[in-house]
Design a protein around this ligand. Structure first.
Ligand code: NG6
Ligand code: CA
Length: 499
């Protein structure tokens, strides 16, 4: 009898522990806008699987990536530090050195310390190695040195060489007789380029992207050799999905943290042919449907393994949306009524809200009640908040900009941050629902992407409760507020304050 009691106690004990320390599955889309998912009301596209996360969890309307492009955004997400504090965190080439110090207390390292198995699948774009990478040997340091137990990644982006998968420290599928070389300064080898052989392209260019041609698409940077390892763009989404679900299968009996960094709908948009034409919006819309399919596969895997109740699923995007990002893929022509950034102005690269205000959902059945939340939160807050979830405190100096907003992420509190720096090369500042864009910068619109960047000779102040679309600056009527916000932005910029 006593033994039985002990067994029952042990089983219940383990069960309740698991309920308190869930698996965490972080799905990060790439360049997906607030208006690109039907969960926020998009009518021109249907994303039922992504919407399921929103419907069964918390739908946040003021959730932010910490920068409006990928590298700084992901740097912040993983380190809990605003990227503008650190030099060299702009958009990286595919042969850049790793920009996160090995051994640092990162988001995955925090989970590892809590006894989780940690995995990254998908787009990395935070550099690898220490410079001058030999792609044919061990490529390190990388994800495994900053807290991941397992890694299956692309080095940078789909439009940057090398167009190969890396599993842990190695390029997958290399033939030693055909070594892979990468160069961002000059042409190497004899592969045709978009510049010299545009007749070979199956996707036209609108800007840049005119180096080595792979699968009829020319890329940023030059590459030669390693042909057996080159990916097929149409298969990227399926491969990353397979790797993500494979990780979940392997880790099902452990608490796990999976950072699933999908590449959709970043350029070049070449989703699997089964999605072709499905959205009616061309390859960009089809790529969003491919992303939604992938999310469905992953949620289905959690269901099948009985893990849904024990897993916190976070869905968000690394920056706002862009239509023409360098390839002629009809994203602009076929947009129709679709509003990729939803109600927000601007998009990727922008200081307006569309730059960083992205889809943001948190689901943990049983623990998080389905609801809407207007709390101001940022991906930079994951480190401190999820450390609190696993019962840890941050060591001194770790995640200097990360705030513990766990009650907001669990839907237990409507309060988020009181202030937030928004980063797009230049900095903008949120104080509650007020938004300040200091004067300066370059052109009003980016010449290639046509995105409104938020630059202006005058300071721009918006009251987002009255003017969510940032249409009319009210600086003149609120000169004191604009001045105090600017001063506060400078204080935060010059030194982090642990909260
Ligand atoms: C830009 C590229 C763009 C995209 C972006 C990075 C050109 C003209 N544009 O420089 O296509 O690759 O970098 O996107 O080359 S991100 O989402 O990874 O930040
Ligand atoms: Ca991106």
């Amino acid at each position: 009898m006593r033994t039985l009691g002990l067994i029952i106690f042990a089983v219940l004990g383990t069960g309740s522990m698991a309920a308190e320390r869930p698996n965490v599955l972080l799905i990060l889309a790439d360049d997906l806008g607030y208006g690109d998912v039907s969960a926020y009301g998009a009518k021109t596209i249907r994303t039922p699987n992504i919407d399921r996360i929103a419907k069964e969890g918390l739908r946040m309307s003021d959730g932010h990536a910490s920068a409006s492009t990928c590298t700084p955004s992901r740097y912040s997400l993983l380190t809990g530090e605003y990227a503008f504090r650190k030099k060299g965190t702009g958009i990286l080439p595919g042969n850049a050195a790793l920009i996160i110090e090995p051994g640092r207390f990162t988001l995955p390292a925090m989970f590892q310390k809590a006894g989780y198995v940690t995995g990254v699948v998908g787009k990395w774009h935070l550099g690898l190695g220490t410079g001058d990478i030999d792609w044919n040997g061990e490529v390190k340091p990388g994800p495994l040195e900053v807290g991941f137990t397992e890694s299956f990644i692309m080095a940078a982006t789909g439009d940057r060489v090398p167009t190969v998968y890396l599993k842990d420290h190695r390029v997958l599928g290399l033939d030693p007789a055909d070594p892979l070389k990468v160069d961002y300064k000059q042409k190497i080898g004899s592969e045709p380029t978009g510049k010299e052989n545009p007749e070979l392209l199956t996707m036209g260019l609108s800007q840049g992207h005119d180096c080595t041609i792979v699968n009829g698409i020319s890329r940023i940077g030059h590459m030669s050799g390693g042909k057996a390892a080159w990916w097929r763009d149409e298969d990227l989404g399926d491969e990353f999905t397979r790797q993500a679900t494979g990780f979940i299968e392997r880790a099902k009996d452990r608490p796990f943290f999976l950072y699933y960094a999908s590449h959709e709908p970043h350029v070049p948009r070449r989703p699997h042919p089964r999605f072709a034409g499905q959205s009616g919006m061309g390859p960009r819309g089809d790529a969003i449907l491919a992303l939604d399919w992938s999310v469905g596969e992953i949620l289905g895997t959690l269901d099948r393994l009985g893990l849904a109740d024990k897993t916190m699923v976070i869905f968000t995007s690394d920056n706002g949306p862009v239509l023409d990002d360098g390839y002629k893929d009809q994203a602009v022509e076929l947009k129709g009524d679709h509003q990729p950034a939803g109600p927000w102005r601007g998009g990727k690269y922008s200081l307006f809200e569309g730059g960083t205000r992205v889809p943001f959902f948190v689901r943990w059945p049983g623990r998080i009640k389905p609801a809407d939340s207007a709390a101001l939160v940022s991906q930079v807050d994951f480190l401190a908040s999820l450390a609190a979830l696993t019962g840890q405190t941050l060591p001194a100096g770790a995640g200097p900009d990360s705030q513990n907003l766990l009650p907001a992420f669990l839907g237990e509190s409507p309060e988020g941050r009181t202030e937030l720096v928004e980063h797009s090369g230049r900095l903008a500042f949120r104080e509650g629902s007020w938004k300040l864009i200091p004067p300066g910068g370059g052109p009003a619109r980016s010449s290639g992407t046509n995105v409104e960047l938020g630059n202006h000779a005058q300071p721009q102040l918006f009251d987002l409760t009255k003017d969510p679309g940032e249409t009319k600056s009210v600086t003149a009527e609120n000169a004191d507020r604009a001045a105090s916000m600017r001063k506060r932005l400078e204080t935060v910029r010059d030194a982090p304050e642990r909260k």
